[in-house]
Design a binder for this molecule. Structure first.
Ligand code: GDP
Length: 456
């Protein structure tokens, strides 16, 4: 018996329809107290998986709405429990009142992601599919949607369970070998074990490293916009983001704190970091800015270096160029202010040869920059069929699993006894289990589900 949870599942905004979800062993009982089907029966007497039209009435007999109720009987529901969805009209006050009625009738407020958490705990989906639900909801690109939908349909779960089963099979062979006592029986054959471990390690490595691609359409690529003060970094950031996010001024060096903004550029999400500019006559604050710029380029997956095309190359520009030489991330040079008369000497650095020429002020050339970003990050070749990991937690667990499987293979190759390989194979299983949910603790679950909205 589980307690019955209720939540408004639609966004907190006025809309045509607003949905209230109930789940738990008393879901239909709660609904019976507030929803009255037109057919005259109680909702709990109507067949599950049917839609009933009726009225929502408070305990004083006041009609609050005409609504549609969908009922689901355990285990055939999203959560695996008895569930009811009330499709009301989408008024905020109305939904608040209906929800309060649900509470008065015996339900309690659902926590973020609690419906999906119950679905996971009841075996309706594995943890990777549960995370795909959150990815699907939060997806900001068409590719992100398709990848998450494919994972929700089992693409990742299937691959993981296939690797899991191979390793599980191996551990049972290892156990049999370890337990084997010579009683005239042949010892278990371990001849294929090393190859199996290597194969599992390779598949796990492929999955873990696919995060480098998958993050393009979920958490995004950390992108540093660098350049001397007044080159137009904030203007470019605003032009890319599409609204006035950071304060743009004529005073050199006014963007002193780094600001971070997520922006969708085609199929890619960029996490843009605007840094305080690099300046030769550095006062303390600006010095901090330079350090920040250095730090930003160090940790960036992409650097966009902005130069002012309307000014001759300055020492500050040279400082930026020197910084770029030492930078590991791919660099896109931008010659900004193309709407003004050119004074920048394009032969001053080889970086300028294929610089993107644009005007952050007029927007001209912005599309070229977007195309260059996609090209630089090889966004076009990234698959979005559910085969790439889009989540750092999963990638981290899978690379631990890959390493453990590799260790198992190496132990076998080195001729160690199977108990050594067994320990590694078990470690690999446990790490895969953190992704599928077979071996997770409450803390991991809390972290996974806090990403969800209330009502999901
Ligand atoms: P930051 O210090 O590098 O962030 O530079 P800002 O974005 O604050 O821009 C500095 C000044 O240059 C502001 O007055 C902007 O309006 C101006 N500016 C930026 N981009 C352009 C551009 O493409 N053309 C022109 N004419 N002015 C620009």
């Amino acid at each position: 018996m589980t307690d019955t949870i209720a939540a408004i599942a639609t966004p907190p905004a006025t809309g045509a329809i607003g949905i209230i979800r109930l789940s738990g062993s008393r879901a239909r009982e709660v609904a019976d107290r507030i929803f009255f089907p037109l057919c005259g029966k109680l909702l709990s007497e109507c067949p599950p998986r049917s839609a009933q039209f009726g009225t929502i009435v408070d305990f004083n007999g006041v009609i609050l709405d005409q609504a549609l109720a969908l009922t689901f009987a355990a285990p055939k529901s999203y959560t695996g429990e008895d569930s009811v969805e009330l499709q009301c009209h989408g008024g905020l006050r109305l939904l608040d009142r209906v929800l309060a009625l649900c509470f008065a009738a015996g339900a309690r407020q659902a926590l973020p992601g609690e419906f999906t958490r119950r679905a996971f705990l009841n075996g309706r989906l594995d943890l990777s599919a549960a995370e795909a639900v959150a990815d699907l909801i939060h997806a900001e690109t068409a590719e992100g949607v398709e990848n998450a939908a494919a994972q929700l349909s089992g693409r990742l779960s299937d691959e993981l369970s296939s690797i899991y089963n191979i390793l599980l099979d191996l551990t049972s062979h290892f156990t049999a070998y370890i337990d084997y006592t010579d009683e005239g029986v042949e010892p278990p054959d371990l001849s294929g074990a090393e190859a199996d471990c290597r194969d599992a390690a390779a598949r796990l490595t492929r999955l873990a490293s696919s995060f480098a691609d998958g993050r393009l359409f979920t958490e995004g690529v950390r992108t540093a916009i660098v350049g001397k003060p007044n080159a137009g970094k904030s203007s470019l950031l605003n032009a890319l983001v599409g609204f006035e996010r950071s304060i743009v001024t004529d005073l050199a060096g006014t963007t002193r704190d780094t600001v971070e903004e997520s922006v969708r550029v085609g199929s890619v999400i960029l996490r843009l970091i605007d840094t305080a500019g690099i300046r030769e006559d550095a006062e303390t604050v600006e010095r901090l800015g330079i350090e920040r710029t250095r730090e930003a380029t160090k940790h960036a997956g992409l650097v966009i270096a902005v130069f002012d095309a309307s000014a001759a190359l300055s020492d500050a520009d040279r400082e930026v160029l020197a910084l770029l030489e030492a930078c590991e991330a791919p660099v896109i040079a931008v010659c900004n202010k193309n709407d003004l008369e050119w004074r920048l000497d394009r032969t001053a650095s080889p970086l300028f040869a294929d610089a993107v020429i644009l005007s952050a002020a007029t927007g001209e050339g912005l599309e070229d920059l977007k195309a260059r970003i996609a090209q630089t990050l090889s966004a076009e070749r990234v698959r979005h069929d559910g085969s790439v990991i889009t989540n750092r937690r999963q990638a981290e667990a899978l690379s631990r699993a890959a390493e453990a499987a590799q260790n198992a293979a190496d132990a076998l190759a080195a001729g160690f006894t199977p108990d050594i390989a067994w320990v590694d194979a078990e470690a690999a299983l446990s790490a895969i289990g953190e992704v599928t949910g077979q071996t997770v603790n409450e803390e991991i679950l809390d972290r996974v589900f806090e990403r969800f909205c209330v009502g999901k």
